[in-house]
Design a protein. Structure first.
Length: 154
């Protein structure tokens, strides 16, 4: 798609992105056949395809979906790779690496009281669950050095 056609698309008032997805979610949730879905688009939005919907058409189509029983509820799932609510929280991969390395050096996991005591000065937190991304990196690095030094001694 060229920049000119992209600009024309957005300036013409067509919907895109999350609104198109919402139309598809409503169709799937109501288990509509393609024939019924196309008839609803034509009747409520005046178009044959959801890609041709304007904002006014989208609102009319969604009102019709709502009349048919569609209720949109936002997903409670976190996006893949989300480590926590704050952007500076460790990623799931970092948590897995922390737990793996903790077990490799002899702790029973992240909740082991000995590991919690060991983390305090390195992560500068009272408990591993309070680690931010930088603290997790420091602890992962310290565990890595510990593992490397124990491998050299063997």
């Amino acid at each position: 798609m060229t920049a000119a056609s992209n600009k024309a698309k957005y300036s013409s008032g067509q919907i895109f992105g999350s609104k198109l997805k919402l139309v598809q979610i409503a169709k799937r949730t109501l288990r509509m056949t393609d024939e019924d879905y196309r008839a609803l688009l034509l009747r409520a939005g005046g178009v044959k395809s959801s890609r041709d919907l304007t904002l006014e058409g989208f609102e009319a189509v969604m009102a019709e979906f709502n009349r048919l029983g569609f209720v949109y509820t936002k997903s409670k799932r976190k996006p893949k790779g989300a480590g926590g609510a704050a952007p500076d929280r460790p990623t799931p991969a970092q948590w897995r690496l922390l737990e793996d390395r903790a077990k490799r050096v002899g702790y029973d996991g992240l909740e082991d009281p000995r590991f919690i005591a060991w983390v305090k000065p390195r992560g500068k937190v009272e408990h591993p669950r309070f680690l931010d991304m930088n603290g997790a990196q420091r602890v992962i690095g310290a565990l890595g050095k510990w593992i490397a030094s124990s491998n050299k001694q063997m």
